[in-house]
Design a protein around this ligand. Structure first.
Ligand SMILES: [Cu+2]
Length: 140
């Protein structure tokens, strides 16, 4: 019985191992985030056209990069709050459609937030507390 079952277990272990390796290798190389304005909470962001939320989490492969585009009615500054040291060349998103690109040379877990600035125009009304945008980036 044991010897009969052995090859199946071995095959299963191999298959799982290969699947694990394949998923690590296929972590995406880039992601694009879009900040939008909304009445409730002032702003949210979306990853690759997905749902708009205040908090997002993504996985990138080492050497991968992301872009953040600001379509909000106010500026945002992209800020790294924890994780491996990282240089953000132009962290200020200070006009409609402004974008920033961040490249991840080192593996690790990076946490970002944004520091919103003043509205570009007066009279923008929102409901509730302004959201704090948060992003976790897992780089494998
Ligand atoms: Cu906003």
């Amino acid at each position: 019985m044991f010897f009969k079952r052995m090859p199946i277990l071995l095959a299963l272990a191999l298959a799982l191992g290969l699947a694990g390796a394949a998923s690590a290798a296929s972590a995406p190389g880039h992601a694009s985030l879009l900040i939008r304005h909304q009445t409730r909470g002032c702003h949210t962001w979306s990853v690759n056209g997905g749902p708009f939320k205040a908090s997002q989490s993504i996985t990138l492969r080492r050497g991968g990069w992301l872009t953040v585009t600001d379509n909000d009615v106010m500026s945002h500054k992209l800020v790294l709050t924890s994780g491996p040291a990282l240089r953000i060349a132009h962290p200020m998103l200070n006009h409609t459609g402004a974008s920033v690109k961040v490249t991840f040379a080192k593996p690790g877990v990076y946490h970002f937030t944004t520091k919103p600035g003043e509205d570009y125009m007066s009279g923008v009304k929102t409901i509730g507390e302004d959201n704090v945008l948060r992003l976790t980036v897992h780089v494998s």
